[in-house]
Design a protein around this ligand. Structure first.
Ligand code: NDP
Length: 372
């Protein structure tokens, strides 16, 4: 029989699986300004000073291996206010017309693109051509073909491309991934991912296909897609999907409201997922294996993430996701470190291939095979 003590001992042993995650020793939420560490520091410009861009900027105040040094915006007033708020020099501020000149700026290493989904592709390609590393928010683009072009452009330019998958660095998530890898759930056969919220303002870009590329699936369903892969630890080989639309005014042609989808994996494991813009309380992952299970609820919100398994509660430190993400991404970009769960452009393309497959399965009304 497994006791809680056994569990805690195994957990202590499994900490070596995350050697670069120094934040795991921090018990309290990360707040306030830290001094930068001795090694290389990733100097980042944020493009798109909106809601999430601001959240990342605030979180970066506590980074030790990454520093916010620049901004790109369509609004001069926002640039002015960011200069004061984050101590950004004017020479590191750009607009969407002139940011190619970033190539001549030796004080910026990387640009983090936090604009509407359909704008990520052009931005990442221009950043790569300017010789800077790129971090793209999720979804990396609006289809796999565009995503592959982004990967190719960054390869050609010799720069790195990462996707803002903050959960790949979240301690509760990494504990479940570590337990699955060490066989503590036995043979994994089933994952359930529920991702959704009720969307408000009908005029926002998320409900405009030109800017969003789709609907809930692109925005929030992608967490269940990506989560199915890192929780099960395989890439799916087929997909089936069904769309439900209750409000055809708010959710126009090409903007999905609710989609259920099922993924099949090479081992025979299956995932059953829901993506929606019209239900609340849906942020839950469940993984089932022959010898155990894990539940994460909430599973992908800003936190605190909560998890439990057949062995008990998961008690990992509560961190600010974006602080940890940016420090870890600094290590990946500047020092070639390997994350436990990949966050590179190829990873982004895999999720886009699944999204393409889900839309195709709905259009065709049948199962679609996937080749990731
Ligand atoms: P917002 O609308 O709050 O901000 C987007 C910003 O993009 C705008 O403020 C604007 O900045 C810039 N922008 C450039 N062109 C346009 C345009 N045509 N229309 C609207 N905005 C434009 O969106 P979010 O910050 O919520 O989302 C941005 C990206 O971040 C999305 O890809 C989203 O999926 C992702 N995201 C990721 C999250 C995560 O947890 N990883 C959470 C939330 C969002 P400016 O005025 O400075 O030009």
């Amino acid at each position: 029989m497994n006791s809680r003590r056994d569990f805690l001992q195994k957990l202590a042993a499994s900490a070596i699986a995350f050697p670069s995650l120094s934040y795991l020793t921090t018990a309290a939420p990360l707040t306030g300004c830290n001094t930068l560490h001795d090694g290389p520091v990733l100097r980042v410009a944020i493009m798109g000073l909106g809601s999430y861009g601001t959240r990342v900027a605030e979180a970066m105040r506590s980074c030790t291996k990454a520093k916010l040094v620049g901004a790109i915006s369509g609004h001069p007033d926002k640039l002015k206010s960011w200069q004061t708020r984050y101590n950004i020099p004017e020479k590191n501020c750009y607009n969407y017309e002139n940011y190619d000149a970033i190539r001549n700026n030796p004080d910026i290493d990387a640009v983090y693109v936090i604009t509407p989904n359909a704008l990520h592709k052009e931005a990442v390609i221009r950043i790569a051509k300017a010789g800077k590393h790129a971090i793209s928010e999720k979804p990396m683009s609006v289809n796999a073909r565009d995503g592959q072009e982004m990967v190719d452009a960054c390869k050609k330019a010799g720069v790195k491309l990462l996707v803002g998958y903050r959960m790949h660095f979240e301690p509760h998530t990494l504990q479940v991934v570590g337990m699955r890898k060490s066989g503590q759930f036995g043979t994994v056969r089933f994952f359930q991912g529920l991702s959704g919220f009720t969307i408000g303002d009908p005029t926002q870009w998320r409900l405009n296909k030109q800017l969003s590329g789709g609907g809930s699936l692109m925005d929030i369903g992608i967490y269940s897609i990506n989560g199915a892969r890192y929780m099960i630890g395989e890439d799916p080989i087929w997909v089936t999907a069904q769309e439900i639309k209750t409000d055809k005014v708010k959710f126009k042609e090409g903007v999905d409201e609710t989609i259920q989808f099922q993924l099949g994996f090479p081992s025979g494991a299956v995932a059953s997922c829901l993506s929606t813009y019209s239900m609340n309380n849906l942020d839950r992952f469940f993984l089932d294996g022959s010898q155990g299970w894990a539940e994460m609820w909430p599973s992908t919100g800003y936190g605190p993430i909560k998890g439990r398994t057949h062995l008990g509660e998961i008690n990992q430190p509560i961190v600010t996701h974006q602080t940890v993400q940016m420090d870890e991404m600094s290590g990946i970009i500047l020092q070639g470190q390997q994350p436990v769960v990949p966050v590179d452009g190829e990873e982004g393309v895999k999720d886009l291939k699944i999204i393409d497959g889900i839309y195709a399965a709905i259009a065709l009304g049948k199962r679609v095979d996937l080749q990731l």
